[in-house]
Structure formats: C-alpha cells, structure tokens
Design a protein around this ligand. Sequence first.
Ligand code: 5GP
Ligand code: ZN
Length: 114
Amino acid sequence: MNNDCIFCKIANGEIPSSTVYEDEMFRVILDLSPATKGHALILPKKHMANIFEMDEVTAEKVFVLASRIAKAMKEALNCDGLNIVQNNGEIAGQTVFHFHMHIIPRYNDDGQHI
Ligand code: 5GP
Ligand code: ZN
C-alpha cells in the first residue's frame, strides 16, 4: 500500500468507489470519466505502478479476471464488442501510476474511436 496513491486507497476500500467486483487480490470499479456505458477498471490491491513492476502471479490472474468481467459485461450490458486497454508509462498515456486495466464495452453506435 502506497499512501500517496489514490488507486491504492480505492482498491483497499479507504476511499469509496463504485465497486462492481471485489476479491482478495483485486477490486473492479467504474471509471470516473467513462468512455462508454460500463467502462470499468481492474485494480490490484497491491501497489505496482504498471506492468513493469507486475509479478507473474498477478499478471496471470488479472487476465483471467478480465475474461470473466468481459463475459459478464456482454451478458449484462448486451454490448456489441469490448476493448481491453492497459497503458504503461506517460508516453503510452498512463495518467494514474497504479496498474489498472480498462475494460470498455463497445456499442455499435457509441461513436468512440479507442
Ligand atoms: P490511464 O490514462 O492512466 O490509463 O487511465 C486512468 C483512468 O482512471 C482514466 O480513465 C480516469 O478517468 C480514471 N480515474 C482517474 N481518477 C479516478 C478516480 O478517482 N476514480 C475512478 N473511478 N476513476 C478514476
Ligand atoms: Zn497504488
């Protein structure tokens, strides 16, 4: 837990969030500025800035969770497609330096160019 990290505080429940899933390793929240309806972020509870600091157990588990969330979203939101996006480093568009994976449901008429 990094006390200066907002996603550490959210992931560990110190700051309330719109949580859609939680287990011992991860919290899944809705993005504050959603690209589309249902845009969610998977946050590990353990602090790691990005993929360069990620251990392999977390790396495996995060993709298993992403696949489950994706299937649940397809069912619940009836989306037409879905993007999984994960930015590492400022040059790659990362703005919050606690690893997070974007799960972005896509709709035929959403007008987004992600
Ligand atoms: P990045 O550009 O680092 O890949 O994505 C950061 C994401 O975190 C953005 O989509 C932004 O809207 C979201 N975000 C930033 N701060 C907060 C917050 O306090 N709560 C939530 N739920 N999302 C946040
Ligand atoms: Zn953190």
